[in-house]
Design a protein around this ligand. Structure first.
Ligand SMILES: NC(=O)c1ccc[n+]([C@@H]2O[C@H](COP(=O)([O-])OP(=O)(O)OC[C@H]3O[C@@H](n4cnc5c(N)ncnc54)[C@H](OP(=O)(O)O)[C@@H]3O)[C@@H](O)[C@H]2O)c1
Length: 243
């Protein structure tokens, strides 16, 4: 299988690359930090059919699309590159806001604009979105990140309906907290925090089972569902008590 993984230089993307490294797979690993990608390539090459690195900034859309075009058709793309902004309660500067949307939302369309015609032509393919449980519940400190992932959910859902008859599988993963460089920056309590290996094992299994919508861990998801089922005034009281 030919697989493109974005954000492969650390965290979930790096571990997902390890999960898919075997004699049958050709991996295309994309991120900005070249040294990290080269180290991973060195580690995985001995037991993988092919490992190619793509050094690219996903917010430089023209360059990104040129690089994606050189790959040609793939069997699966894991759209994992993502960032959060500091969970400060101050107003997020517009440049940071825009950059976050470029990475978390628009870059995925830039990549799919190139890949979708291949998927349609070959009448197969898997598109994996890495969203977040944060997309389902917005806290005052996570509003920008949460809103970007909620936009991603809407986009993923639309892509799934649009390409259902082309045998293109769309898999939307919504993790809770998993240890990574992204969560290492958080200075608040993270309920149900999973190790990188455990979190990625769950993501891998969900991809293999072609789960269309996979929020986890279940207990965290159920709490969010419960909170969302409450009348707005009660949610306001609960959220404001956490401020
Ligand atoms: N960890 C969690 O608890 C958690 C929970 C829910 C969802 N997620 C999502 O999971 C995904 C992976 O996050 P992570 O936790 O593994 O964080 P991470 O360790 O910080 O990894 C983020 C990856 O995205 C890449 N990236 C960021 N900006 C980029 C850019 N402009 N161009 C190209 N690549 C870029 C980074 O590579 P370079 O810096 O080398 O470019 C890195 O490989 C994200 O979409 C995140 O929102 C994470």
């Amino acid at each position: 299988m030919k697989i493109l993984i974005t954000g492969a230089s650390s965290g979930l993307g790096e571990e997902l690359a390890r999960s898919y490294a075997n004699e049958d797979n050709e991996l295309f690993l994309l991120a900005r930090r070249e040294t990290r990608l080269l180290n991973l390539q060195k580690e995985l090459e001995p037991h993988t059919k092919k490992v190619k690195i793509i050094v690219a900034d996903v917010t430089k859309f023209d360059e990104l699309q040129k690089k994606i075009k050189t790959i040609g058709a793939v069997d699966m793309v894991i759209l994992n590159a993502g960032i959060s902004v500091g969970h400060s309660k101050d107003i997020t500067p517009i440049d940071e806001f825009k950059n976050l949307y470029d990475v978390n939302v628009i870059s995925n369309h830039a990549i799919l604009e190139v890949l979708l015609p291949h998927f349609v032509a070959q009448k197969s393919g898997k598109i994996v979105f890495i969203s977040s449980l944060a997309s389902l519940f917005s806290m005052p400190s996570s509003k920008v990140y949460s809103s970007s992932k909620r936009a991603l959910n809407a986009y993923a859902e639309g892509i799934r309906y649009k390409y259902k008859n082309d045998n293109i599988k769309v898999i939307n993963i919504l993790p809770g907290f998993i240890k990574s460089e992204l969560t290492d920056k958080n200075n608040f309590y993270m309920p149900f925090l999973l190790s990188t290996k455990d979190g990625v094992k769950r993501i891998y299994d969900a991809i293999e089972k072609e789960r269309r919508f996979y929020p986890f861990p279940l207990r965290f998801y159920l709490i969010i569902l419960f909170l969302n089922s409450l009348p707005q005034f009660l949610r306001d009281i609960i959220v404001n008590s956490k401020k």
